[in-house]
Design a protein around this ligand. Sequence first.
Ligand SMILES: [Zn+2]
Length: 396
Amino acid sequence: MAHSKERYLFRKKLKELSGMKGQGTELITIYIPPNYQVSEITNKLREEAGQAMNIKSKQTRKSVTSAIERLIHALKNMKKPPANGLVLFSGNLNDKVVLFSIEPPEPVPIQTYRCDSSFFLDPLWDMLKTDEVYGLLIVDRREATLAMLRGKKVDIIKSMGSQVPGKHRAGGQSSVRFERLIEIAAHEWFKKVGELANKSFEPEEVKGVILGGPGPTKHEFLNGDFLSNIVKGKIVGIIDTSYTDEFGIRELVQKSGSIMEGLEIVQEKKLLDKFFMEAATGGLATYGEKEVRDALVMGKVDTLLLSEDLSWKRVKFVCPQCGAEKEMTVKGNIPIVRCDKENSEMQVSVEKDFVEELAEIAEQMGSKIEIISTDTPEGEQFLKGFGGIGALLRFK
Ligand SMILES: [Zn+2]
């Protein structure tokens, strides 16, 4: 999970946006895919502004119109969308027209305009489901399709047809000889599929391989000598599919969601079990904010573990009179902090998300970062028993 911090920040933003509710149907979301004409979006917004004139409630009409104006304004100086496209949010929240934008970690898949009582976030949540890479392989005796699943995106590597003859032999051929020809052709076919699978799925970025196909052929293929041990070791699921082409790949993706979710949970559980064991035996682990922070800056941390449910802030204060600075972790509302010299009220100079701040130090020190969910009993225990802050150490 190399992009753990980015995922965390993206997820946090989505959580914030999903908590925002409009008074009526007045929160607008627009999805702009990469390479989309910005002028087309602006034209669409103008059309929507025209239609908004028909809204009966005066308050809603006013809110929608101002939100659309705000969006048009935001797009005014944009020549083209960012590399992955753009999602914009606007609407009236507590009598203020707000504007938010997200450049998602994966390409925006659709162009859409939504006006609702909450922001439309489903395609963005989908991007969070997994950011890992899986190899997909469907094989039978007639056809094989290989693909790569990156997050939610499927890239077909190749679809191949075989030369293996069907079961019906031509008249005059001896059945034994014919069977033998079939087996030779099938062997060659499997070899060809195996070679491409090895080349595609051996690289380290591929976390797992899911094998599919109709009937027993996939098992025959797997048990044969066609896949390398590296690829065989990566097989995390075998699934029956009705098709062997691109439709089959879609089928495979639909049916393998729980396998991949399960894998992420298993990885997290393994990591936490190791942490619990080390912590309990006084081994290479530490926890608690001060201990972990000290270990981090001393370069002792191999893997930093942070619960995603930590909603703290790291705040810097500065004294307006003498310029003295103070820094502290804040777990609720920001308190009033006074300068030690003149007792004057200090001002907030920097306010940062706590997890983000620690993750930045970890990045500088070359420590790995794992954001721990609270979806499992182990994740809960990590938050409640260890304060949600821990580290596996390189040395003590
Ligand atoms: Zn001062």
